[in-house]
Design a protein around this ligand. Structure first.
Ligand code: SF4
Length: 512
């Protein structure tokens, strides 16, 4: 039967149609065997109590909705920041389909990554043959300048050795001997996407800079953004370094790849740090990382193997941005331009305008360690009181750093840092100790729906709102974006709560 394209319904509307409603009803009656609805309601209420919270926090053998992804996802994000680089995941292709979909849903861009498609036979005999064929096909079909290899759980469980496999593939003639194939083992049963990012960055830098060390430095500064999903942040980093006259090398620059222009021409590889420029990073004056916990091994490698000074500066909020610009000014000898001073003044003015609406507000937040620390820097500057600070992929160093940051501010006293906890824990926290707003990624939508806590979407992934990743969260411009997103969420909620004329809306207040 011919379909009318004008009548194709979105699923939200489609499933309201009588035939679907009927189908759901009969499925429920025939198969689901649900307890009576008053029993479901009773248990649902009980899960909101302190008693349930205690049981929830005593759980050890189960994780529910962890706020993290697995290592190879971070590894391939690092890889696409380099010129014409194809990420190659040694393992099962279902994993790679998940990574590609995840990135495509967040960035609204195609994301290229191939896999060696290991199946049962490779699980028994090892994946060498898959690697030999896979590298040959990837090289011939997609014509990359570099292939960056990482692993899924399957390859790690059987113990495939990437270094040996790549050497054997080259010997077998899959790819030329001198073709760069950096690699990183990325077992997903340890760490998270930020560990995978770190491992792959270290692997790529190790490969590209081998034998490139010179006697003198080249007057450049390396910047490692870390597991960065705000493309506006990469643009902001380039703008700030350019205004300060810094000869910057970004390791690695995936901005154009993940926010590529629609020119009408298809290009498989957009932008990226040129491979020869990345190879020269070994001779830079110093390396500044904008995240600590997604760059720990890379920085250690740079410090020990390259003998280069490394530091971490998070340019979040006013203080963090000041610190970043002063470090650049000191490194280059160039003054901070007036343009940035004016920009700073404008943002401080905006923060002052809004301060009354955010001061003393109680907040919950979760995300990667560096994201959470950056957000805390900004929230404390606004006088917001963080209450629940939850990081699934936490570690003791992060927890110490977060506690010290909170302790240094009078607004940090109500906060508890919940390391290693998940979003089901966050649900209990929000029910038992409510807050004024929650900051999290798209998965927090379920917490918003469940607990009614107003949600500010900041983090990764953000699937259910468009274009946020194109904005910045760092620099003065980033502080203004954070202010805008947070303050206007609070004001939206206020409007929602004062919607009934002459009842909840007494003062008919148009002006906030
Ligand atoms: S956790 Fe392991 S099996 Fe699951 S998607 Fe990641 S690599 Fe694949």
């Amino acid at each position: 039967m011919a379909q009318n394209v004008e009548k194709i319904k979105d699923h939200a509307e489609l499933f309201q149609q009588p035939e679907y409603q009927e189908l759901f009803k009969s499925k429920k009656e025939s198969f689901e065997g649900m307890p009576a609805s008053d029993e479901v309601a009773r248990v649902a209420e009980w899960t909101k109590t302190w008693e349930y919270r205690e049981k929830n926090f005593a759980r050890e053998a189960l994780t529910v909705n962890p706020a993290k992804a697995c290592q190879p996802l971070g590894a391939i994000l690092a890889a696409v920041g380099f010129e014409s680089t194809l990420p190659f995941v040694h393992g099962s292709q279902g994993c790679v389909a998940y990574f590609r979909t995840h990135f495509t849903r967040h960035f609204k861009e195609p994301f290229n990554a191939v896999s060696s498609s290991m199946t049962e036979d490779a699980a028994v005999f090892g994946g060498l043959k898959n690697m030999i064929d896979g590298l040959a096909n990837a090289y011939a079909l997609y014509k990359p300048k570099m292939i960056a290899v990482c692993t899924t759980c399957m390859a790690e469980v059987i113990g495939d050795d990437l270094g040996a496999f790549i050497t054997n593939s080259k010997k077998a003639g899959s790819i030329p001997e001198d073709f760069p194939v950096p690699y990183a083992h990325t077992p997903s049963f340890v760490g998270s996407h930020i560990t995978g990012y770190d491992n792959m960055m270290k692997g790529i830098l190790t490969n590209l800079t081998e034998g490139k060390k010179k006697e003198t430095t080249n007057s450049t500064i390396n910047f490692i953004p870390g597991f960065e999903t705000y493309m506006g942040n990469l643009r902001e980093l380039k703008r700030l370094t350019s205004l300060l006259g810094v000869n910057a090398t970004i390791l690695a620059d995936n901005e154009e790849y993940l926010d590529s222009p629609n020119t009408g021409e298809y290009e498989m590889y957009h932008g990226g740090t040129p491979l020869d420029v990345a190879a020269e990073s070994i001779n830079a004056e110093q390396t500044i990382a904008l995240q600590a916990y997604s760059t720990a091994k890379t920085r250690e490698y740079i410090a020990t193997e390259w003998g280069q000074k490394t530091s971490v500066i998070r340019p979040w909020g006013i203080k963090g941005t000041d610190q970043f610009l002063m470090a650049l000014s000191e490194a280059t000898g160039n003054p901070i331009p007036r343009e940035l001073e004016v920009e700073r003044g404008r943002v401080v003015d905006a923060m002052t305008d809004t301060q009354a609406w955010l001061h003393g507000k109680r907040a919950a937040l979760y995300g990667d360690p560096d994201l959470v620390l950056g957000l805390l820097q900004f929230l404390l500057e606004m006088g917001v009181e963080p209450v629940h600070v939850l990081v699934t992929n936490s570690n003791p160093t992060f927890e110490e750093e977060a506690k010290a940051l909170l302790a240094a501010s009078p607004y940090g006293r109500s906060a508890t840092v919940w390391g290693g906890k998940d979003l089901w824990h966050m649900r209990s926290l929000l029910f038992t100790e409510p807050v004024d707003f929650l900051i999290g990624n798209s998965y927090a939508k379920y917490l918003w729906r469940d607990t009614g806590t107003p949600l500010v979407r900041i983090g990764y992934p953000i699937f259910d709102r468009h274009h946020l990743h194109r904005y910045s969260t760092i620099g003065y411009s980033g502080a203004l974006n954070l202010l805008n997103w947070i303050a206007n969420t609070v004001l939206d909620e206020l409007d929602r709560n004062t919607i009934v004329p002459a009842k909840t809306d007494i003062s008919y207040d148009l002006i906030r």
